[in-house]
Structure formats: C-alpha cells, structure tokens
Design a protein around this ligand. Structure first.
Ligand code: MN
Length: 204
C-alpha cells in the first residue's frame, strides 16, 4: 500500500502549561509552544505546500530561498519537540542522572558537574540564538556536545540528540529577562533524565 503524504503537526505537550513552574512559568511555556513552536510547524508546511503546487503547476520557485527557510523551520520544529519531551515537572525531573546515561556522562566527561559546566558554556556562548544539545556519536562511542546556531547551523549531521536546551531569548525572556545563565541554572531542575536514558539506550 502506498504511504500517504502528510504535513508536520504540532505534537501535544507531555504536561500542562504550569507543570514546569517555578522554573518556567505558565505564560512563558504557553507562548513558546503556541506561538513559536507552532510558527515553525506552519512555516515548514507552507514551504512544502508551496513546492508541491509549484511542481504540480510546472512553475518555478526560488530553490535556494525555499531550502534555507525549510531547513530553519524543520530544525525549529524537531528541536522544540525534543526539548518539550526532555523536560519534566520538578520532582520527576532534575537531579543527577542514573542508568547508562549517568555512567556514560561520568565516563566521558569525568563527572556530572564537569558535563554540566561544559554544556552550560556551550549554551551561554551560542552566537546569536540557538541551542545546546548532547548527542551520541556511535562511530567514536562518545557523547558530544553540539552548539546549534539558529535551528540548523553548526550541527553534526545525523548525530542523534539525546538532550537539548533552547537558548533563544523567546525561551526564557518572560521569566528571566536577559539572564540566560539563571535560566540555565534553573533548567537542570526540570531535565527529564528518564527520557534522556531512553533515547540513549536505543543507540547503544
Ligand atoms: Mn524556542
């Protein structure tokens, strides 16, 4: 049977808007999800539909501009989805990771504290807007931190992301103004290490 074509969809949040308080407020989370994430989903779909109809009608389109926008919007959609699911309400989230990922972090970075400080440094020093991500490289059997500019620049292609933090100002501005460091300090209280463990376990 032929597989039907689809468009991107905004995935449901795995918790309520106020679930990440006091570290991320209801209003911060709502706007981030409903406006920003949805904007990337809609943006990616608009380009896909534009290309579909241009091809159908045999009309040209600006390939370079379309692909650049498509990369940005797909990146935004995929990264936000990973981000929502690698957070959990305080109590369920936070603390130090156990399991295989806990061991691997200590093995690769020396300690959990050392990993956190490198990860935060990556997140603090992104040029412009972007993300810090933890990836796993199967070829070298190493966890690698990836510093993503915008949603799509500076990436290690195909390395799977097991943990990601959004450092676009839109992710924290309502709660933290321009204090990205404070947002990051608090963010560790809502990291869903169970989810990170699940993602990592599938790769090893
Ligand atoms: Mn964002």
């Amino acid at each position: 049977m032929e597989k039907a074509k689809k468009l991107y969809e905004l995935p449901p949040l795995p918790y309520s808007y106020e679930a990440l308080e006091p570290y991320i407020s209801r209003e911060q989370l709502r706007i981030h999800y409903e406006i920003h994430h949805k904007g990337y989903v809609d943006g990616a779909n608009r380009i896909i539909q534009m290309m579909d109809s241009a091809r159908k009608e045999g009309k040209p389109f600006d390939v370079k501009a379309a692909l650049k926008l498509l990369s940005f919007n797909i990146g935004g959609h995929v990264l936000h989805t990973l981000y929502w699911y690698n957070m959990a309400p305080p109590g369920r989230g936070g603390g130090a990771p156990g399991g295989r990922i806990g061991d691997k972090i200590v093995d690769d970075f020396g300690s959990f504290e050392r990993f956190k400080s490198e990860f935060v440094e990556a997140a603090l020093t992104v040029e412009g807007s972007g993300w810090a991500a933890l990836t796993y490289c199967n070829a070298t059997n190493r966890l690698l931190i990836m510093q993503i500019e915008k949603h799509n620049t500076n990436i290690h292609p195909t390395l799977p992301i097991i943990l990601v933090v959004d450092v676009f100002e839109h992710a924290y501005y309502i709660d933290y103004k321009n204090d990205r460091r404070k947002y990051l300090e608090n963010w560790w209280n809502i990291v869903n290490w169970e989810e990170v463990e699940k993602r990592f376990s599938k790769l090893i």
